[in-house]
Ligand binder design. Structure first.
Ligand code: AVJ
Length: 315
């Protein structure tokens, strides 16, 4: 078997195991990372352009507006370390604006890292790129070439919101360990706000978010040959005030079943599978998050409507 086929097989086995474990849990859940296959990633890209989905455009404009201030605060010639870089499509303007010396994109996908290195080298030829394959939720050893450089971590996209607060602290502590002592972190944190704005951002009028979340069922059919009726399911999202998060579920509209090779699950009408969370914080809560992880919040920039924040933390 070729390496590519073998890798594909491992991914499918992992997805199958996660689905089996998640459907057997109470409440039932499937981790959100399985949303981002090729089709899912395209749908998420579409979400970022939706009128109701304010985070992406608000963060991009905050980065444009405040990168110069960041460079002023932390100094130029930093090594920028991006946690979960993907293909680094939106990173070159940031590298330019902060006057970066080197760039270490970290991603679990070697495929993404290859295009990241190409994209960034083409867009900002003066910046040395050292791709680092790995899982950013654990402390990683940075390439020896950048060992002595002061580090500027970069974690945009409010990806931190995907994790429970408990997991977020662990991940941020891992960032702190990876970056070392003489370091800063630039992080995008989505803010608590009126419930109407939040709920619309995660249930848009064109139904793209619904399609994105329900896509996990289609992926189970296509990749795992799951026996299920897509028509028996609808998208259901809501603001959970106690947990401070938007929850995204698929919900059975009538009694239904899901069958896999080695499992059978029944669902009563109204029962849900929890697919994703998007946690929101106040500026004060995020300052506490920073301190729990060994950082201090030095600055938090927001847009005039206080929808989103771009924050500078110091180790
Ligand atoms: C990629 C985690 C930032 O929570 O806003 C958007 C994911 N899911 N709409 C978010 C998402 C449905 C998104 N993040």
């Amino acid at each position: 078997m070729s390496d590519a086929l073998l890798a594909e097989r491992v991914v499918l086995e992992d997805f199958a195991a996660a689905v089996r474990a998640g459907l057997s849990r109470d409440p039932r859940e499937i981790p959100a990372r399985y949303l981002y296959d090729r089709g899912g990633s395209e749908l998420f890209e579409q979400i970022t352009y939706l009128p109701e989905y304010y985070p992406t455009r608000t963060e991009i404009s905050l980065i444009q507006r405040h990168s110069a201030a960041i460079a002023e605060r932390v100094g130029t010639r930093r090594t920028v370390v991006e946690f979960g870089s993907g293909s680094s499509a939106k990173t070159p303007p940031f590298l330019n604006a902060v006057g970066a010396r080197a760039y270490v994109p970290i991603d679990i996908s070697a495929h993404f890292l290859e295009s990241a290195a190409k994209n960034v080298s083409a867009a900002v030829p003066d910046v040395d790129v050292y791709p680092l394959p790995g899982d950013f939720t654990h402390k990683l050893d940075l390439p020896a070439e950048v060992a002595d450089h002061p580090k500027l971590g970069f974690f945009p996209g409010s990806t931190i919101g995907n994790m429970s607060t408990f997991e977020a602290v662990d991940v941020l502590r891992a960032f702190r360990a990876t970056l070392g002592d003489d370091a800063h972190l630039v992080i995008g944190v989505d803010l608590k706000k009126d419930i109407g704005t939040l709920e619309a951002a995660y249930d848009d009028s064109q139904g793209i978010t619904a399609e994105f979340i329900l896509g996990i069922l289609r992926r189970m059919q296509e990749d795992l040959s799951a026996d299920l009726e897509i028509e028996d399911w609808e998208y259901h999202s809501f603001w959970n005030a106690e947990m401070g998060r938007i929850e995204m579920h698929v919900r059975a509209v009538r009694p239904t079943t899901i069958d896999l090779d080695n499992g059978h699950w029944s669902f009563s009408e109204g029962e849900t599978i929890h697919i994703s969370n998007s946690h929101k914080y106040t500026l004060e809560e995020s300052a506490l998050l920073a301190r729990c992880a060994g950082f201090r919040q030095v600055e938090a920039w927001t847009d005039p409507e206080r929808l989103f924040s771009l924050q500078l933390w110091r180790a």
